[in-house]
Design a protein around this ligand. Structure first.
Ligand SMILES: *Cc1c(COP(=O)(O)O)cnc(C)c1O
Length: 389
């Protein structure tokens, strides 16, 4: 498959469709396999022989080829959750005494991994303000600091980090960089182009698009790092069912088209929310008055449909009344699916060094593929319930 001058939409349509993988169909075969039969006794132990399904099948190969196209990576791993996509690169670099620098806005379960499992392995996680920029270099410990973990924008508070500045100082010091790229879905933000070593994403969100699967990817252009992560995956015995790999690839084919709609409706609803008297602030980097807007404009090419809203101070009971009155927005975690979702965030905002001063209850909306006027009408219903609670 040539990448050549073809545009992303074209490449995502055609990647991973070698006849060896598809058997002549449009899509790769769903190859369910534990045992892979070889043709002679000698091949059983031949170096590099493909003999076992845990290492993937034709279905996984097709998916990995297509995911490499997404961010122009040369190495890809697919894992069975987005959380694993975050933890595998860290485990690949962990050793007793290792020091990791972690953005304070990281996804809660990612933090928990650093605080619990990694600590038990004799490693230290030090959190930093997502707006730290190149000054993160002051926290480097010679020989000990292995990696910087970023999530940009944060999936609850939507801060954008200066990824190129952080990548530059890290690279100069031999510190690896990892960025959780789930919000931008691998389409609107290209960390590997900005000097980040490893881009990870939860494919459970926009790539899956249907709230019906769990998965993650890890992409890099650094072959040595890839080899290290491959060993980690093999050592842990991680594998992804072929059916799931197929579903991720199926979602990937329509990703860019769905994202345009998620992004446009998201911005439409966000702008409407800005006009509401109950709203203190909308946290959406594509809004001109958002403090992250300049970095978003510089380093992103679009917005997905996930953003936050800070309400004017209101009792928890009223916030619950707002959410409970919604008919189109499901109350549930995750995002990126075809259906809109809403949550209140305050119970899970875990910050240790840079707690944002929000000034009111924080809600998060994932805008789905419904008509955005219908979504606004649904939110208006919520505001009426908020007022009468
Ligand atoms: C959902 C999410 C994850 C975890 O992904 P799962 O597939 O649910 O394990 C990691 N990071 C971010 C930013 C997420 O939104």
């Amino acid at each position: 498959m040539t990448s050549g001058p073809r545009k992303l939409d074209t490449r995502l349509t055609h990647a991973g469709r070698d006849r060896k993988l598809t058997g002549g169909g449009v899509n790769p075969q769903i190859q369910r396999a534990s045992t892979v039969l070889v043709e002679s006794a000698e091949q059983l132990y031949a170096p590099g022989a493909w003999t076992y399904g845990r290492h993937g099948t034709a279905t996984h190969e097709a998916l990995k080829q297509a995911l490499c196209e997404l961010e122009d990576a040369s190495w890809c791993a697919v894992v069975s959750s987005g959380l694993l996509a975050c933890t595998v690169p860290i485990l690949a670099l962990a050793e007793p005494g290792a020091h990791f620098l972690v953005t304070d806005n990281a996804y809660g379960p990612t933090r928990r991994f650093f605080d619990r499992m990694l600590k038990r392995m004799g490693c230290e996680a030090e959190y930093f303000d997502p707006y730290i920029g190149a000054e993160v270099a002051a926290k480097f410990r010679t020989g000990a600091t292995k990696a910087i973990f970023l999530e940009s924008p944060g999936s609850m508070t939507f801060e954008i980090s200066d990824a190129p500045a952080i990548a530059a100082v890290a690279r100069a010091a031999g510190v690896k960089t990892i960025l959780d790229n789930t919000w931008a879905a691998g389409v609107y933000h290209r960390p590997l182009d900005l000097g980040i070593d490893i881009s990870v994403q939860s494919t459970s969100k926009y790539i899956g698009g249907g709230a019906d699967l769990l998965g993650g990817y890890i992409l890099t252009r650094d072959e040595a790092l890839g080899a290290r992560m491959k060993d980690t995956i093999a050592d842990l015995g991680l594998s992804v069912p072929a059916d799931d790999a197929y579903t991720v690839l199926r979602g990937l084919r329509s990703l860019t088209t769905r994202l345009q709609r998620h992004g446009a409706s998201g911005l439409d609803v966000a702008r409407w929310l800005e006009t509401r008297p109950e709203v203190l602030r909308v946290l959406h980097p594509a809004l001109e008055d958002d403090p992250n807007h300049a970095l978003w404009k510089r380093d992103f090419t679009g917005a997905s449909g996930l953003f936050g809203v800070v309400l004017k101070p209101a009792p928890t009971k009223a916030v619950h009344a707002f959410l409970d009155a919604l008919e189109l927005f499901g109350l549930g975690f995750s995002y990126g699916g075809f259906e809109s979702l809403a949550i209140h965030c305050d119970p899970q905002l875990k910050r240790t060094v840079s707690r944002p001063k929000l000034g009111g209850p924080l809600l998060r909306f994932s805008i789905g593929l419904e008509d955005s006027d219908d979504l606004k009408a649904d939110l208006a219903r919520g505001f009426a319930a908020l007022a009468s609670a």
